[in-house]
Design a protein around this ligand. Structure first.
Ligand code: ATP
Ligand code: MG
Length: 419
């Protein structure tokens, strides 16, 4: 429990918008959203910075709005990252235990993790997270805390998440350009999951899909841990693009029509077809505008969700996911998407908005802000972990927090030379 209340800030640099959120960690451990600022984002494509000046301007703008809304000044923040360049390795590493009585000490665990981190690290990549999946003592797996146990061999299975160093540097440069000190970098899929998944979903098994404007972040949870992550470089902008081309209207108009009128619910189409056909003025193609809109949007959303489903199948995550799919991100607001996703995945599907967070309802009830709010929630856990005296694995795991060893990314942030 925090000894005093503290403010933290997070910046979600998305393809369509930059959001800066300011949260207060209250003494009762609850996160309250005190204010936020959102600015249209230019300079980002598919989660990647393509124009540093434009991206920096959007960041500055969103910070300014958040500061005005809260009367607070932000000089440091947690940042989310995503993109196709994010990859991971899953590895087992073992060491022998030579201490008296073969008892595992904290120093053995530290040594094991540092060796495991060196394994298979791709060049030109930087580690963003090192997540412990499980330990083993001798051949016994599924050990959560090996300290104090007696064994000849201690093993660990890690999910090590990397990103391309050059692309991460672009994000860092943009944020530093906005005069913000980066506290830490957090994978957006982890942040969104932290915001919307219930403890039961994380434990029993669930797939989180954050469908934004330019990317779809995927995270699979089992036994309380993220076991798989993936970023598909497509999102809601593609749907808008299809509407724009299909109906021959400008992108902005297509975006408005998508938000107001699109509905991918099969029943909606049926109703539309049966009831309205006689009344609706037909266009040249003898098809109502609504039905054309339905066909365009439905085809694209089906394709996007099928792509993800196939990816899940390829990795064996198409069964033993009792809690099904949780959809979040701006595109989760598309009418009928939960029903369509449920028929494609053949699993229960719900729309996820941030949970266990207080404050402004326009922020906490919108799936568009799941990443930003999740960054604050995840950040709080990292901070708490640090306040507890660095790598206190026992305490860390007893609180159910995913292990995160920050030295790699911290080193990168500190050594960063800004041109
Ligand atoms: N009511 C709605 N119906 C359908 N789509 C919507 C609705 N509201 C927002 N969207 C879509 O959500 C997308 C933006 O979502 P979000 O804000 O999560 O993306 P982002 O974080 O900027 O981008 P990314 O995460 O992909 O980098 C846009 O494509 C937008 O059109
Ligand atoms: Mg996003």
């Amino acid at each position: 429990m925090p000894a005093k209340e503290e403010y933290i800030a997070a910046i979600d640099i998305g393809t369509t918008k930059v959001s800066t959120f300011i949260g207060l960690i209250k003494k009762n451990n609850v996160l309250e959203i005190k204010g936020f600022g959102t600015s249209e984002c230019k300079g980002i494509k598919k989660g990647l910075i393509v124009d540093i000046n434009e991206a920096t301007k959007s960041i500055l703008n969103s910070i300014g709005i958040a500061e005005k809304a809260t009367n607070l000044f932000i000089d440091n923040a947690y940042i989310g990252v995503t993109g196709k360049h994010i990859s991971y390795t899953n590895n087992w590493t073992e060491i022998s235990i030579n201490s008296p009585g073969k008892i595992v000490r904290k120093s053995d665990v530290d040594k094991l993790i540092s060796i495991a981190n060196r394994v298979n690290q791709p060049i030109d990549n930087t580690i963003i997270h090192t997540l412990i999946k499980q330990f083993s003592v001798d051949d016994e797996k599924d050990i959560m805390d090996p300290i104090g146990l007696s064994t000849d061999k201690l093993g660990v299975e890690l999910l090590v998440i990397y990103g391309a160093s050059s692309l991460l540097k672009n994000v860092i440069n943009c944020v530093k350009g906005a005069n913000i000190e980066i506290e830490d970098i957090i994978l957006e899929a982890l942040a969104s999951s932290e915001a919307v998944l219930t403890p039961e979903e994380k434990e029993s098994g669930a797939i989180m899909l954050d469908i934004g404007g330019g990317t779809t972040d995927v995270a699979v949870y089992k036994n309380k841990k993220m076991v798989f992550t993936y970023c598909l470089p497509v999102g809601g902008d593609l749907i808008t693009n299809d509407i724009s081309i299909g109906l021959n209207i400008p992108f902005a108009k297509a975006e408005e029509i998508k938000k107001k009128f699109s509905n991918v619910d099969y029943n909606f189409y049926e109703t539309l077809n049966r009831v309205n056909m006689g009344d609706i003025k037909l266009d040249r193609n003898k098809t109502t505008l609504n039905i054309r809109l339905y066909s365009i949007v439905n085809a694209r959303v089906k394709e996007m969700l099928t792509l993800i489903k196939e990816k899940m199948e390829a990795y064996g995550y198409n069964h033993s996911i009792p809690c099904g799919v949780i959809l979040t991100g701006g595109t989760a607001q598309l009418k009928g998407i939960a029903g369509l996703a449920s028929s494609i995945f053949d699993m229960p599907v719900r729309i996820g908005i941030p949970i266990e967070v207080e404050g402004l309802s326009e922020a906490v009830s919108n799936p568009m802000y799941s990443t930003a709010i999740g960054l604050l929630k995840y950040a709080y856990q990292i901070r708490n972990f640090m306040d507890l005296g660095q790598i206190d694995d026992k305490r860390q795991r007893s609180k159910g927090i995913i292990a995160k060893f920050r030295e790699f990314i911290t080193k990168m942030l500190k050594n960063e030379k800004i041109d």
